[in-house]
Design a protein around this ligand. Structure first.
Ligand SMILES: Cc1cc2nc3c(=O)[nH]c(=O)nc-3n(C[C@H](O)[C@H](O)[C@H](O)COP(=O)(O)OP(=O)(O)OC[C@H]3O[C@@H](n4cnc5c(N)ncnc54)[C@H](O)[C@@H]3O)c2cc1C
Length: 509
């Protein structure tokens, strides 16, 4: 350990990016529900921590296998590589609770990964793979190990195009990958809200799903093959459109959350971008009416995002001016509906799926275009809330259509009873984010105003997760398990997952 311990300051929430217009609207809407005197303390988004230092012995081992220019011991790097973007992690950091900070960040080149893992195994060094660090499931939390190293994939950004596929590096961000694909006339088709920061390796490892999954599929539909670096060797799939020769590297890589190996290059399917995009929006009487409409459809637009009335009201407050809201109010009244109703934003690729939705108030293209303009902007609102002393969070699940209405209404009720029991203020809203013939993914956003964010978040999240499960929902639709949801995974499944783990990347004993 180094002789001197140093106090280090690091920014967890980026500088304000929200426009002053939106800030005023946020103050008027969300701010008015949570009066200033009832919020937590305002926060500048930074934390200070004491650097525990790094053992020379560990550095000597790493230096023996990776070029020293690719090893960082900078305390800011190490802190930022030790946390994801989940609300529980942010709330703990804001509370001054510092996680186990990795001892070093290694950014290996392709040919250094396998030897690095081998040497780490021999020397009992544990590793966590990091991509864009946008994971929200506590996947970077490890406790109890002597040496813990972050294996950063940012040097692995190869892109080799083929005809209808590309070989692509795990460290490419969504925006970089899509940029390469579009430069040769293709699209990848995966557009998660974290598109600008999350990486291909992260997508595969968490089982990500983008906003246009109804059209392009989820990440497992896009990956034809993968390379998996392990401490006992490297497994690599052949270049082939399909191959039934047993379990492949891609199967071990998908949803492995960094535990089965370091995902290297993958073979990714390329698609032609649509010739045109068609925008539309409709208002349903309520969320149930929207769910019932969706449940009997055979085909869906690339995006069909149905918001409940609370989310609809906020979307309108944040984006529509008073005149537009007045017109909408009158229009809904004529259609026998109460403002705000349940908004569905639709974007079609190529052909319109639904010409007019019977029983809904059809409101044209403008709202959908506006939604698309801000499709990656919601996290900025989250950042604003954090700085105002509030605690925002999200949880998601999927279920069959028959369970959807029940799951939604019981989850909202559970949340409201939960905050009442805790004696705190809160707000919950939801939308249907992804559609399948068998059922939807439902995405809940909530805000707590609490003096004890960590304990209260944990409590509310547990109540919601148990409610999802008791209504037949999945633990998660696309965020993954990480460390937060492992308690809800059956013992047999956990034991099976353990069999595939690389000992370097598993838990510290
Ligand atoms: C604002 C915001 C919006 C989001 N929107 C979406 C969304 O629309 N859809 C969605 O699916 N998710 C979304 N997420 C969650 C997150 O972006 C995804 O889980 C994403 O796939 C994580 O990618 P990443 O590169 O940031 O991975 P990281 O956060 O760096 O890592 C996540 C996990 O993957 C492992 N990992 C990363 N790279 C590799 C690799 N090369 N080999 C092995 N393991 C690896 C890590 O060890 C960790 O366990 C969102 C998150 C945020 C903060």
């Amino acid at each position: 350990m180094s002789d001197e311990e140093t106090l280090v300051k690091v920014s967890i929430i980026p500088e304000d990016q929200v426009s002053s217009g939106i800030v005023n609207r946020l103050e008027n809407t969300i701010g008015s529900i949570f009066p200033e005197q009832e919020r937590g303390k305002e926060w500048d988004g930074t934390i200070s921590f004491t650097d525990p230092g790094v053992e020379e012995e560990l550095l000597a081992i790493l230096n023996g296998v990776v070029d020293s220019s690719r090893i960082s011991t900078d305390p800011r790097d190490r802190m930022l590589k030790s946390t994801g973007k989940s609300s529980l992690e942010i709330a703990s950091l804001r509370n001054g609770e510092v996680p186990r900070i990795v001892d070093a960040v290694v950014s290996p080149d392709y040919d250094e990964v396998e030897p690095l893992l081998r040497v780490m195994r021999i020397n009992g060094i544990k590793g966590i793979v990091s991509g864009g660090l946008t994971g929200v499931t506590g996947g970077f939390r490890r406790a109890g190990c002597r040496w813990l190293v972050s294996i950063d994939t940012s040097r692995m950004k190869r892109f080799v195009p083929g005809d209808g596929y590309a070989i692509a590096g795990p460290g490419l961000t969504g925006a970089e990958l899509e940029g390469f694909a579009s430069s040769i006339g293709y699209t990848i088709g995966n557009f998660p809200e974290s598109f600008h920061n999350s990486t291909l390796g992260g997508w595969i490892s968490t089982g990500a799903s983008g906003q246009e999954s109804n059209f392009y599929g989820d990440i497992e539909d896009m990956v034809l093959g993968a390379t998996l670096f392990r401490s006992d060797g490297t497994i690599k799939d052949i270049l082939s459109p399909r191959d039934s020769s047993g379990i492949k590297a891609k199967h071990l890589a998908l949803m492995s959350e960094g535990r089965n190996g370091v995902i290297g290059d993958s073979i990714i399917r390329l698609r032609r971008p649509p010739a045109r995009r068609l925008y539309s929006s409709s208002f349903f009487r309520d969320f149930s009416a929207g769910i019932r409409f969706l449940s009997v459809q055979d085909k869906f637009p690339a995006i069909a995002r149905l918001s409940d009335p609370v989310e609809t009201a906020y979307l309108l407050e944040l984006s529509a001016d008073p005149g537009a809201k007045k017109v909408l109010n009158a229009f809904l009244k004529v259609r026998g509906m109460k403002y705000p109703g349940s908004l569905m934003v639709m974007v079609d690729n190529g052909h319109r799926t639904w010409k007019r939705i019977k029983g809904a108030a059809n409101t044209g293209a403008r709202i959908a275009r506006k939604w698309e303009e801000n499709r990656y902007g919601r996290p900025e609102i989250g950042n604003w809330l954090w700085k105002k002393g509030l605690t925002p969070d999200t949880m998601e699940t999927s279920c069959v259509w028959a369970d959807a209405e029940d799951l939604y209404s019981k989850s909202v009720k559970t949340f409201n009873e939960g905050i009442e029991a805790l004696g705190i203020h809160g707000l919950i809203m939801a939308h249907i984010s992804h559609l399948y013939r068998a059922g939807p993914a439902i995405y809940f956003t909530f805000i707590l105003s609490t003096p004890e964010p960590v304990a209260h978040l944990a409590n509310i999240r547990d109540l919601l997760e148990k409610q999802f499960l008791s209504c037949g929902g999945s633990i998660t639709h696309h965020h993954g398990i990480g460390t937060f949801f492992r308690q809800y995974v059956g013992k047999e499944k956990q034991a099976m997952a353990k069999l595939m783990e690389d000992p370097v990347l598993g838990d510290c004993e």
